[in-house]
Every structure is written in C-alpha cells, then in structure tokens.
Design a protein around this ligand. Structure first.
Ligand SMILES: [Zn+2]
Length: 302
C-alpha cells in the first residue's frame, strides 16, 4: 500500500464533494509535471493525505486506480486528465503542518518533497508520502482526532452521522498504520539479513561483533529509497551503535574507494574517542559505490 499527499487549495471543496482527485495530463506550455503524472501511480486501497492552506485536513482511501477522464464538473471537451475516486474522511481537527514541522522535516525526502524547508507546501499536485512520514502523520491525526468518548458525551447523543463516520475512520487509521509498520519492519529485516554477510557480521570500522550492538545503516535512507533500494544489501554498511550514529547523521562518510571522510564538525582531538582515523578504509564492494557516493553528496556535513 502506497501513500500520497495531495496539495489542493481552492480545488479541495469541489474535489471532496465529487469524491475524487483529478489532474490535467499536460500543462499549457507542453510540459508533463511529475506531480500530475503521479496520479497514474495511485492504486485501489492507497491512502491520500489532503493538504489545504497549511494543514492536513482529510485522509482518504482510493476506491479505484487511475482512470483517464475529464474533470467531472467541467464542460464536455476533449481535455481529459487523470482521475482517482476516493472515500474522503475529513478530520474534525486538522493537522497544522507548520506547528508540527520539527517532527516532519527529518522525514521529508530530498527528491519530490511535498513541503519546502520553510514548511510551505510545494506548488505541484500529488506527491509521494514515504512510510516513515505516513506513520508520523497518522500519529498526529490520531492525537488530535481520537479521544475517549465519555459517558456524559454519550448522554448528550453525539450525532449519528459522526458516530458512523468514526466507525470507519478509526479502523481505517489503525489498518493503515499496521500495514505501513509491517512494510517497514519486513523491509528492514530483509535488508539486515542481506547486509550481515557482506560485512562479515562485524562493524566495518571497529570490528565489534556483538549482534545487539550492530546496526544495518542505510547509505540512502528509507525515505529516499525505492522499494528495491530499501532491501538492497549494498545500500548500506554494518556499523556499531556509535559509528551508526556518526554515519546516519552525516558526521562520517565513505567515498567510492571505501575511504573514511570525517566532518570538520568532529574535532581532531576527539578522533580517538570515536574510534575513527582519516586514513581508515573499509572493505567495500563495487555495488556499494553508488550508494556511498549518494550518502556523501547528500548527507555528509563536510
Ligand atoms: Zn564500530
């Protein structure tokens, strides 16, 4: 199951009433924006977060895959586009993205992010939402929208409509969370199992062998990787807790030859404490090269 974020603005109300999202196929300048073409990637059962003027205001489930269709509300013409039918669940309390941005920012991918670094939404229409970001958004939605209904509220008879809506909304959130967490857990497990023998079950830098202390560190993180890259045993390196933290936070990196590079933010006098030396070289495989280069280019603090 995939998730997406749709940036709707003024089109939200109409698209909600019609129970769909829709994009044109081609821009008036002849280009094919990636965020429009992405509507074709939506499959039945996928989840979509709806972003309107700074907040996530609804979550929906795709009732269909993508269809070629003109906008239902438009006058008949030949300007068809991409349409997906959705079950909208509008949130009683929207999630204000800017207010929660400290938790959201680290989960945004470098490519095709729905939000800019200043918390504003990007201009396009439909963006991918990786599993880690999906879980974070679900947590935020749950915190704001799920509460224990106490006796008094029940006596005041909350409207039947709202009750019915909640009867499907809460299980849908729970099911989404379970599916997404399972995907991450199984993916990481497969990644670790593939990676252990590549590094002879030892930290590549200090040779610690205790399995409980060893992390399968991603070079290209989950949020930025394709499904294939997420389980590719060469997209990472086996490291102990300390070296994993240095690597994931960009304080160290490896070049194509497997040579260690240390950020200038780590004082030289501390190298010994961290168990690192600038000349260290790890036994990288040829297939590690593109991933090491990606990590060094995008995550290394230099
Ligand atoms: Zn180590």
């Amino acid at each position: 199951m995939q998730s997406f974020i749709v940036m709707q603005g003024q089109t939200y109300q109409e698209e909600k009433e019609l129970g769909m999202i829709w994009s044109r196929k081609q821009a008036s300048d002849g280009s094919f924006p990636h965020s429009w073409l992405r509507v074709m990637e939506v499959n039945e059962g996928n989840r979509i977060f709806h972003y309107v003027k700074g907040s996530i205001v609804a979550i929906s489930v795709a009732k269909t895959g993508c269809q070629i269709a003109q906008r239902p509300s438009s006058e008949p013409n030949d300007d068809s586009g991409y349409l997906v039918e959705l079950d909208y669940h509008e949130l009683e309390v929207p999630v204000n993205v800017r207010a929660k941005f400290d938790a959201i920012l680290p989960l945004l991918p470098i490519k095709y992010s729905p939000f800019q670094a200043d918390a504003n939404g990007n201009q396009g229409y439909l963006y991918p939402c990786n599993e880690e970001l999906t879980i974070k958004l679900l947590e935020m939605i749950s915190d704001l929208n799920i509460y224990q209904v106490d006796e008094e509220q029940l006596e005041l008879a909350i409207s039947t409509v709202r009750q019915t809506e909640r009867n499907t909304f809460i299980p849908m959130l729970a099911e989404t969370e379970t599916e997404v967490k399972t995907k991450i857990r199984l993916g990481r497990k497969k990644f670790r199992q593939g990676l252990l023998p590549v590094w002879a079950k030892k930290c590549a830098l200090c040779e610690i062998e205790l399995p409980e202390l060893l992390h399968a560190s991603y070079s290209k993180p989950w949020k930025d990787s394709t499904d294939v890259e997420r389980v590719d045993a060469y997209n990472g390196v086996l490291l102990c807790c300390n070296h994993n933290a240095l690597y994931e936070n960009g304080f160290i990196a490896f070049d194509g030859q497997g040579r260690l590079h240390i950020s200038s933010q780590v004082p030289e006098e501390d190298y010994e404490k961290y168990g690192i030396q600038p000349k260290m070289k790890i036994a990288r495989k040829e297939q590690n090269k593109p991933y090491f280069k990606w990590h060094k280019r995008h995550l290394f603090r230099g």
